[in-house]
Design a protein around this ligand. Sequence first.
Ligand code: PEP
Ligand code: MG
Length: 533
Amino acid sequence: MRQFTVEKTASRGIAAAPAYLYQEPDLSAETDCITEEQEENEILLFEKAKVSVSNELNLLAEKNDIFAAHLEIAEDFTLSEGVLSRIRNEHKNVQLALQETVEELALIFDSMEDAYMKERAADIRDVGKRFMAQLKGTQRPDLAQISREVIVVAKDLFPSDTVKMNPDYIKGIITEEGGITSHVSIIARSMGIPALVGVGKLLDSLQNGIEVCMDAENGVICIEPDHDTLREFQEKKEQFEKRQAYLEELRNQPAITRDGKKIALCANVGNLEDIERALPMNLDGIGLFRSELLYMENDHFPSEEEQFQVYKAAAELCPQELTIRTLDIGGDKELAYFDFDKEENPFLGWRAIRISLDMKDVFKAQLRAILRASAFGHVRIMFPMIISLEELRAAEELTTQCMEELEQEGMDFDRNIEIGMMIETPASVMLAEEFAKEVDFFSIGTNDLTQYLLAVDRGNRKVADRYSYFHPAVVKAIAAVIAAGHQEGIKVGMCGEMAGDPNATLLLLDLGLDEFSMSAGNLDYIREKILSL
Ligand code: PEP
Ligand code: MG
């Protein structure tokens, strides 16, 4: 028997079953170069593969939105251009041209610090594999064929593998790589399949059929469990299932502490699909709509109209507040279609509101789109990374300008739209009393606030043990911000990861936090915690 603990629980649950080792065929490119005469043939092979891939994805897209996004990647101009130019200009064969183009695009996302964006690289690579399988005429293993209970163990899984899984047979998923916001994790959560991801090297030491137990609540994997351990896992599984049923029942209850304080429970989202997934959790609204995803998934700055359509759909979907954060790009969040100059310290560089205020046309297009969407629901505007009253006022002034323009154009919008700001810089903490006089709400972004207050890079593994939102400096900052907000009678929420950590709930309630906004997967647990306090 071997037992070890792992960090990343992608989908909670307990499972015990024989291992199914998922191994991909060799999908690496042949590396031959081609002559000029062969170019047209290679291009033809690419075009044929593109038609087949598009057909496959069109069918899949009817069942799952993720494949609509994959279809867009497959048909994207940047992908085709990259492949064709490598064939024509660098005389690479189609396989090599494809492999290099996919890797180049995936690396752009890989290098982003935002975990969600980072894992979009997996989607690009998934599409790349689909193309490569076509070009090589090979079949990828099909998890849909599994008809006995197993735990799938893989290096990594792609959405197209995961979506075909039958949860009656696939009792658990363990991957050596991958993160908790990857689509694989999202799909596993939505199917209720327990999943542990990013567990490190495992496949080499396993054989097909070997018994595996996994506790994706506490992050434990046990290989070849003895009789007692197996029974222990079975008992844990039963308890877990009872708890899940109980948590689902709790969703009907508003989050009110036992001494009567109502706490708003909201979700952080990046797109419309996230909102749809979060709604069944009985939300009080969307506390953070990360609008940058809309910019990052595009190949151009989305126009006012393009943004309006998305924000309007979001407002219509969401019966309560929808807090749209204006563009939070820069640092390491790049845009494929915009050249950011290299910076010595990107996190202290041209980011978020700084970019918006410097690129007024881009900012105004977004503000106008948000304002127009406010005619269709309870929309709020939130500015990221503010450090001074001048910045806040400049952003507000532009908002007023947009309102006046829309007024003149006869467009409808909410004239009393609430305007708030994120508290995620030490300067905004120090000036919280002044800011509180000028905005309608605060939302504390502990992810950045922790890194800036402690001077600890939030994405650097070497200093990860020093990165903690329980650090007294962070806690004192949060306390001061909540007090400053309440002094001026405004609501103070939190949309950093701390809000979704049950270990922090009591502390945050005690400090008087009004609204907790988090990824949907944490909502049930925070509700349970609040109801118990
Ligand atoms: C934060 O900084 O806490 C936050 C919510 O914003 P992001 O994680 O998108 O930087
Ligand atoms: Mg932030």
